[in-house]
Design a protein around this ligand. Structure first.
Ligand SMILES: Nc1nc2c(ncn2[C@@H]2O[C@H](COP(=O)(O)OP(=O)(O)O)[C@@H](O)[C@H]2O)c(=O)[nH]1
Ligand SMILES: [Mg+2]
Length: 334
């Protein structure tokens, strides 16, 4: 007889333990030598057999997250839950360069938790990576729609100017983020400022409530990373900018660095995807199998599980780094 806890192998890099629709039951199984994930290469037949799998019926999608902020706090150092400032909503900030796929990710993440598959998409996506104006106003999206425990913030893209980025990130992390807030960079020219202010007049104003950011999700375009990795001149600028911004101290919570999402993997082969992930891990100094998530624009069960897994990782770290009420606990010792 089949056990209630069935193990379904979906992908060479993943397996799923599934007991209920509760997403906390889903475990990552990338322990193929801990952090030493090596690039995999697949034959075209292997690739298509993996990508053709459709186990969505057996996975009982959509997921219903049963998370409340503070639930995964580690009560280390004699601290109790009441010693922490626990927000009603855990806020996850999406950060990345233009066209990395932040707004598309909002729609993809939202869809995984949506009962109604006909529900409209929520975030405005650009037509392509380079064209269009993109996202200029901070936008808050509750996950799932209408709930209150988890929210994802879509943001204005990072600039090519590192000082712009430091100013923008410092503000979001130290002052919090407000739904509807217009983000103007110091380097924006006057015609752009006027256009954006004009847009602001037509839409409703920003929220009065600022949310403190609890964790950061750093989004990178896998195709652009691959091209940049293979280029030895000006083309390598993209990965250098990623590394510089990723290491900005405002993005880390104590020793915890942001989680990284690679998009555009559907335009790469599986071996290229694995290579991008491993090399990004080396570049950023984070374990590729645990802290880098490959989430392309596709609706297969592996991608949906990766989204669930990435959210669980982010919320675990958001809880781990919740601020203490006692200021002494935050004191820095030199
Ligand atoms: N093929 C492919 N296209 C993507 C993916 N993610 C985003 N895009 C496309 O990249 C463009 C920019 O996406 P968008 O979400 O607006 O990027 P943002 O500037 O970071 O918000 C859009 O045309 C998206 O459809 C992906 O994983 N695969
Ligand atoms: Mg956007």
């Amino acid at each position: 007889m089949k056990s209630r806890l069935s193990r379904i192998v979906l992908h060479p890099l993943y397996s799923v333990c599934k007991e209920s629709r509760n997403w906390i039951d889903i475990h990552r199984a990338t322990d193929m030598g801990g952090d030493t994930l090596t690039p995999l290469s697949f034959t075209p037949e292997e690739e298509s057999s993996v990508l053709d799998q459709d186990d969505s019926s057996s996975l009982n999608l959509p997921y219903h997250p049963s998370y409340t902020p503070g639930e995964w706090i580690e009560k280390a150092g004699g601290m109790k839950l009441s010693d922490y400032n626990v927000p009603k909503t855990a806020t996850l900030l999406l950060v990345g360069f233009k066209g990395s796929g932040k707004s598309s990710l909002v729609n993809r993440i939202s869809k995984v938790f949506e009962d109604d598959k006909f529900a409209p998409e929520r975030a405005q996506v650009s037509y392509n990576s380079s064209g269009g104006e993109g996202t200029y106003f901070l936008q808050e999206y509750m996950i799932p729609r209408g709930s209150s425990s988890i929210c994802i913030y879509d943001t204005r893209s990072l600039s090519d100017d590192p000082s712009d980025n430091i100013a923008m990130l410092k503000r979001w992390i130290t002052k919090g983020v407000r739904h509807g807030e217009l983000i103007i960079r110091p380097s924006d020219n006057s015609s752009l400022r006027t256009r954006m202010k004009c847009k602001m007049l037509r839409s409703c104003s920003q929220s009065k409530e600022a949310r403190m950011v609890n964790f950061v999700i750093f989004v990178v375009n896998g195709l652009a990373v691959l091209k940049s990795m293979d280029s030895d001149d000006d083309g390598s600028k993209y990965i250098q900018m990623i590394a510089t911004t990723f290491n900005c101290p405002y993005l880390s919570f104590k020793d915890d660095k942001p989680v990284v999402i690679i998009t555009h993997g559907d335009l790469l082969s599986l071996s290229e995807r694995a290579r991008v992930r491993v090399q990004l891990g080396e570049l950023l100094g984070i374990p590729p199998a645990k802290q880098i998530f490959d989430i392309p624009e596709s609706c297969d069960p592996v991608t949906e599980l990766t989204i669930v897994d990435m959210l669980r990782y982010s919320l675990e770290h958001a809880d781990k780094n919740l601020p203490h009420k006692n200021w002494l606990a935050e004191k820095v010792w030199f």
